[in-house]
Design a protein around this ligand. Structure first.
Ligand code: UDP
Ligand code: MG
Length: 318
């Protein structure tokens, strides 16, 4: 049980300032885990160079030359954090029993790895790292991030609160994950869909020790929007609900304007115009909502997500 090959997958975009220090700290961590027989001595750190424009890839190759505990893959161009992470996970699962993903800046506490491995040994297939507090984040980052999780929930997306992409996944989860063919990735929302036994571990999020955030506000907003639109047909449902309400209101307006007309308190043509505006827009909104429902169906079909994943098959074990 204690001989799991662990791969730590670390996406890197222009991270020349942090790589050396990150390598030093991860090396110490892995060495300790190997010494305590929690992981196999074949365990490695896999850096994913996400089309960096600085010396990141050169540094990764140097590190790999000096120490085979560190390895790397390089993408043909910058594809963004989520794609880089997926590339790393899918590559690493060919060599590993269990994979942990984390950022290059070590904002996520690497000492939590012990606890993650312990939970994995206890039968968990996914362990989510969850930030226990955001003391080190700016007020703005904290509020926007928390608002984001709440909004996601409201939109019907199953996300683990305050969990980013620091997570442990077993090989069999990643094998199942391969069947999720969607192109717009929002990994932290996709893993809960896979299922299997999961748990969370809590940690304090630290400050970036060097370099700058590669997630400016614009990227963050895009990411959040992607998260919602890739997971939820709620926005479409909202249109449909609006359409139903509009339609009901239009009927009420119809009655109202007829009453006013009969009481003789209108000018010529008023009734006709008011009724037309309300009825036509009510019908339009309702139709949009219905069309939207079908688009929603088309959209979930095109994602070709697996319809089920078999976790255990007793017949295989005989
Ligand atoms: N990253 C990446 N590709 C990108 C942007 C970022 O691989 O296009 C990596 C980056 O190198 C880091 C991780 O994604 O390892 C998270 O980025 P960052 O720490 O800048 O985000 P923040 O912690 O500020 O949200
Ligand atoms: Mg960071």
């Amino acid at each position: 049980m204690s001989k799991n090959v662990l791969y730590v997958v670390v996406p890197c975009y222009n991270e020349e300032e942090v790589l050396k220090e990150t390598t030093k700290r991860l090396k110490e961590k892995l060495k300790n885990l190997i010494k305590e027989k929690m992981i196999s001595n074949k365990s490695k750190v896999m850096y994913v160079n996400d089309g960096s424009k600085d010396k990141t890839w050169k540094i990764i190759k140097e590190i790999n030359n000096k120490d085979k505990m560190f390895t790397g893959i390089s993408l043909s161009r910058n594809k963004g954090h989520q794609n880089a992470l997926l590339a790393g996970l899918m590559t690493a699962k060919n060599y590993a029993d269990v994979v942990i993903s984390m950022d290059a800046d070590l904002q996520d506490d690497i000492n939590t790895i012990d606890e993650m491995i312990a939970k994995y040994n206890n039968g968990c297939d996914i362990v989510y790292g969850v930030r226990s507090s955001r003391k080190k984040d700016s007020w703005f980052k904290k509020t926007t991030a928390q608002g984001f999780y709440k909004f996601m929930r409201f939109m019907g997306v199953e996300v683990v609160y305050n969990h980013a992409d620091y997570r442990l996944t077993s090989k069999r989860v990643l094998d199942a994950f391969e069947d999720y063919k969607e192109v717009n990735l929002f990994l932290r929302g996709m893993f809960p869909l896979v299922g299997f036994k999961s748990d969370v571990v809590y940690y304090e999020r630290k400050e970036r020790f060097a370099g700058e955030s590669k997630y400016p506000l614009k990227k963050m907003l895009n990411f959040a929007w992607d998260g919602i639109t890739s997971f939820s047909v709620r926005p479409i449902r909202l249109i449909l609900n609006l359409g139903i309400i509009m339609f009901i209101v239009s009927l009420l307006v119809l009655i109202y304007s007829l009453v006013v007309k009969l009481l003789g308190r209108t000018v010529d043509g008023w009734t006709f115009i008011v009724c037309s505006i309300w009825l036509v827009s009510g019908v339009q909104m309702l139709s949009l909502g219905i069309i939207g429902e079908y688009i929603g169906k088309v959209y979930s079909e095109t994602k070709r997500r697996p319809r089920y994943i078999v976790m255990e098959n007793l017949n295989d074990e005989d």
